[in-house]
Ligand binder design. Structure first.
Ligand code: TRP
Length: 358
């Protein structure tokens, strides 16, 4: 049997997943399942970093993410879906790894800074929030994953995982600090120094108007500008009809702007009829095609993508026992892999004193 390299990625459960997740990451995952031994983490502890006061919501969000994963075509026979809090080796590794991360380094993480600002966390956020990047490093390294496909905002966390892997390998496995990233494991390191893999459109815009600076905002549940993978055709239709386009174009005969216009951003990403898109953009610029026609096309394209996903979700939703069984099985597999890593890490750190009869 050929051993496939391991891939790890996942999501913080904050609600149902949307088209931004699809182009940023989900689409990639479905494609990579055959080549890689895939582990998909539902990071519920990370969910608690901003929702510690809403446990029922986190619980529901975990189930929603699991449903969305299965619905987009993550195949539980091939891949492993698991719940972060139920894998204790991750938490144990987090503590050891935290020694390898200088405190000021955490404070400089641009994603953390953005989140503090965008989520209005002020300066009163919990220690656990600041700590989550270290936890995420453990999520990744516990699987000794070689590939971690994520969206752009996660790159600073991956950089931290690379730094921790290098330091661990140097300090505890005796790997020469001049070693190239790709050679760490071959030189005796325990942890691969991973590479990031970005999705084809890393940051999808939402369907709403730009902010005061004129920038279109990222698609996000909390900004109320998302099209969900579980939206029914009527909802998709309503959302596309209300989608922000070129505000200066009042009639189909007015010249329109294609750049930075969500209507065309979406067509370019999702519409596989590239010839039509190019021609239609030209006509839009010249005032020779109406918004209504372009939106109607987009509705057909998006419903074509979302509807099969939604149907599959409905099937799984009707059998939540099966979904829980999939999660439990996946979590058991994750415990086995990460338990082995923890043991190897403790050996490397000279902190394995006995073998327990489990
Ligand atoms: N931070 C990621 C997000 O919010 C979720 C996540 C947790 C993750 N652990 C991970 C992603 C490990 C990749 C690898 O979407």
């Amino acid at each position: 049997m050929q051993i496939k390299p391991r891939l790890l990625t996942g999501d913080t459960p904050t609600g149902r997943l949307h088209l931004g997740h699809w182009v940023g990451s989900l689409e990639n995952r479905v494609l990579l399942q055959k080549q890689y031994d895939c582990y998909f983490i539902i990071a519920n502890v990370q969910g608690f970093t901003t929702r510690w006061d809403r446990p029922a919501e986190v619980h529901q969000n975990v189930l929603d993410v699991a449903l969305d994963y299965l619905a987009v075509g993550i195949d539980p026979k091939q891949s492993t879906i698991f719940i972060q809090s139920e894998v204790p080796a991750i938490a144990e590794l987090t503590l050891f790894f935290s020694m390898l991360v200088p405190f000021p380094r955490l404070m400089r993480n641009p994603t953390i800074k953005d989140e503090v600002r965008d989520k209005g966390l002020g300066d009163n956020y919990p220690v656990g929030f600041l700590f989550y990047p270290v936890h995420q490093v453990a999520d990744i390294l516990a699987f000794r994953a070689e590939l971690v496909p994520v969206g752009e905002d996660q790159v600073p966390h991956l950089e931290l995982a690379r730094e921790v892997a290098r330091r661990f390998n140097q300090l505890y496995c005796g790997v020469d600090p001049h070693t190239e990233d790709k050679d760490y494991v071959a030189r005796g390191g325990l942890f691969p120094v991973i590479e990031a893999k970005l999705g084809r459109a890393c940051r999808l815009v939402g369907i709403g108007a730009p902010n005061a600076d004129g920038n279109l905002l990222k698609m996000s549940k909390s900004l109320n500008n998302a099209i969900f993978l579980s939206d029914d055709p009527d909802t998709v239709t309503k959302k596309v009809k209300s989608m922000y386009t070129d505000p200066k174009r009042l009639r189909p005969t007015d010249k329109g702007t294609v750049e930075n216009n969500p209507l065309w951003v979406f067509h370019e990403i999702f519409n596989s009829d590239k010839v039509w898109v190019q021609e239609a953009e030209e006509r839009y610029r010249q005032g020779a095609i109406g918004d209504v026609e372009c939106k109607k096309r987009l509705i057909d394209v998006l419903v074509g993508i979302i509807e099969p996903v939604r149907q599959r979700r409905l099937q799984y939703e009707a059998d939540m026992q099966q979904v829980l069984a999939i999660l439990q099985e996946g979590t058991e597999r994750a415990r086995a892999v990460t338990g082995e890593t923890l043991q190897l890490a403790k050996q490397a750190m000279q902190q394995q004193y006995f073998y327990f009869r489990t």
